[in-house]
Design a protein around this ligand. Sequence first.
Ligand SMILES: Cc1cc2nc3c(=O)[nH]c(=O)nc-3n(C[C@H](O)[C@H](O)[C@H](O)COP(=O)(O)O)c2cc1C
Length: 197
Amino acid sequence: MTKSNSRESQYAIDPLFLDRWSPRAFTGEVIDESVLLTILDAAHWAPSSANQQPWRFVYALNGSEDWSKFVDLLVESNQEWAKNASALIYVVSRSFNGDFSEGRKSYTHSFDAGTAWGYLALQARLSGFYAHGMGGIKHEEIHKAFSIPESYRVEAGVAVGRLADKSVLSERNQEREVPSQRKSLSEVAFRGKFIAN
Ligand SMILES: Cc1cc2nc3c(=O)[nH]c(=O)nc-3n(C[C@H](O)[C@H](O)[C@H](O)COP(=O)(O)O)c2cc1C
């Protein structure tokens, strides 16, 4: 078992997996673009089906002229705290393999992009930052704002920032500012059978 912050794994995993969590209290400090690109570099070394690398990342840095445009594309409840991140990223995936004209729809583009987001979150931690995924984004508006074709899927947003004291948050979010727990492994890992639960 491994223990870190308020978490404890059943087996001896690397503490990095427990140390990654999704805080909302961010300092709003400026991030060097090379640090963000380090995080995205790690993300794009994720494995993908037939090495199609379907992930795409559209990003803005806090303090840059496009920051408010990126913040506005989050749902309001996420804007409230994510505006204090150092970077915002929209993760997009390409839903066709190879040449669009061949029309080969990918089965795994979202799965692959999800792996890349996982790598992103772990590298963020290794770089001294935290990454917080967000499904609460304005998908259609993001398509329009960046002229993203329908053959790409807008997957999720990610806020990357440095941890601040939780007093920067609303009362409701202060209560939620704690590393979450997990189901027991036996509820999700089944030897030789499937259990619907
Ligand atoms: C794809 C995805 C979408 C999420 N959407 C939101 C969101 O819109 N707003 C939010 O505050 N947290 C969001 N979260 C954070 C999850 O609630 C969080 O990851 C989960 O509770 C597990 O907690 P942990 O990341 O701290 O381990 C999202 C996470 C993921 C991976």
